[in-house]
Design a protein. Structure first.
Length: 195
């Protein structure tokens, strides 16, 4: 045994070699054991922080649940929900119903409809899209009132292809008239009629 150790350098050279081997062992130990453990610890810390944040959010949402249920109950008791679909056994009947509703809203908004044209019905999934092309000449405030009435209407209605054109015609103390063209759509239950 002593013969194998006799080949090792002694003195300062031996000490330097021992120090180098010790440093290499420490680097291998650090890279193979300590660094992965530190990385694992940091990853778990991040996961724990995310879970704590999730717990805070979930607790906040759980605390809001009674208030949301109370608000939902109040809305349910506030009256019937707006009707989503227009009634009518055919596109023509539904179109006439839609036209009647639009004329009522125009009258309430003090808007005078210049023309109302029925658009052909289109299939949209299980529903039929019923449309009207409406033209009117009115003032800006009256048009806004009419659009607000359409937005709040029951059955639900959609406005599309709104076109505005200004005019030099004056009404009431400097209030200019606008010509507006728009398509108004509602939906009814039904399939495309067979020819």
């Amino acid at each position: 045994m002593s013969a194998s150790f006799s080949n090792l350098p002694a003195g300062r050279r031996g000490q330097a070699m021992a120090l180098g081997v010790t440093l290499i062992a420490l680097v291998i130990l650090w890279a193979g054991v300590v660094a992965p453990l530190i990385g694992l610890y940091e990853a778990r810390q991040d996961t724990l922080a995310q879970r704590r944040g999730l717990l805070v959010r979930m607790t906040m949402l759980a605390d809001m649940l009674p208030t949301l249920r109370r608000q939902a109950g109040e809305k349910a008791n506030a009256g019937p929900a707006p009707q989503a679909l227009i009634e009518g056994a055919s596109d023509a009947v539904a179109s006439a119903t839609l036209q009647e509703r639009i004329q009522q809203m125009a009258t309430q908004s003090e808007a005078n409809l210049a023309s109302v044209e029925a658009l052909p019905g289109e299939q949209a999934g299980a529903l039929r899209r019923i449309g009207l092309r409406v033209t009117l000449t009115t003032s800006w405030p009256v048009l806004v009132n009419l659009l607000a009435a359409i937005d709040e209407a029951s059955p639900r209605m959609l406005v599309d292809d709104l076109q505005l054109q200004g005019s030099v015609i004056q009404v009431r103390q400097g209030e200019a008239r606008l010509e507006a063209r728009l398509n108004i759509y509602a939906f009814r239950v039904g399939k495309e009629p067979t020819p």
